[in-house]
Design a protein around this ligand. Sequence first.
Ligand code: SF4
Length: 351
Amino acid sequence: MENWQNELLHLITSIDELEKYIKIKKEDKESAIVGNTLFPLQITPYYANLLSSLDENHPLRKTILPTSIEESSVENLPNFDKEEEFSPVKGIRVELQGRATIIVTHFCPNHCRYCFRKYWVMTGGSTLSFSDADNILNYIRNNTNITECCLSGGEPLIATDDLLEYIISGLAKIEHVKIIRIFTRIIAVLPSRITDKLVNILKMHPTIYIIAHFDHKDELTNEAIKASRALSDNGIPVFSATVLLRGINDTDEILGELFEKCLQNKIKPFYLYHCVPAIGTKHLVTDINVGTKIIERLYAKLSALCIPLYSVPLIGEKLLAMPSIHKDKLKAEDGSLLLKDFLTDLNLPKE
Ligand code: SF4
């Protein structure tokens, strides 16, 4: 059994277990027990060890430790109702721009407190079967307008090598699929998953990009950097996505350090996502102007290569929020912002 598989068998799923790694104050533990009922704690031993090496007030703790505040945060939910209309076969969402997203699995090894896909992640299983993958590949084969496929989840790289090889080699044989992008948090939470075998599977498609998710420079450990370099040194470009999180990374200094460290390690900062109001996320959501101002200031200070696109991730599209949000997709109502795309209505409250 490989190290990453062993880690998955030993995921930390209780606050008592987590306490073996990090000290949790009595009041924080009581609060965590309440938040845990809404969206259960889950992290890899690797990530727990990372937390144990950091200061006990380190902001990354807030990304994994439940809190009772989450209980009061159930308003302004994204509307996912229309999503099924864009899913012609199980496990795929076809977007208007000739792009298809393959939802490889709903499972994630780490449960991020700010996740707006909690209703998926909590279902645990739901990984594609080979027969699901066949149906998806057939659909893509028959729809020549699909030129780009994204692999997403949950955590797509948690699938077995066999399933990933089946999907990626299948896509590589479809001439009109020119690009594959993989959205993953695995390098930050389980870097041992980036094995030589996986790298060789990913190389089966000539134009494949990894969008790795990092929220803080301290997630770029030696192990994570080594995993990322194993990809980039083998011709697989690595980009980064970050979620802007109130009280965690919502300053020029923290994000600037992250973006610079990414770039220094051949990871191009690509997206800064606005944290979407969803169940349990309200306390982590910033005003949208916080993000635009940070980007403006960082743009003035850092190499432009360090600057990601700031966007609001709806379900069907990502709306660019730099330097100003698309006026045709936004209208002010009672001081709040109503964002629309072809799948989602999302109300962003004014702070
Ligand atoms: S990695 Fe993404 S999908 Fe998984 S729990 Fe975190 S935010 Fe949600």
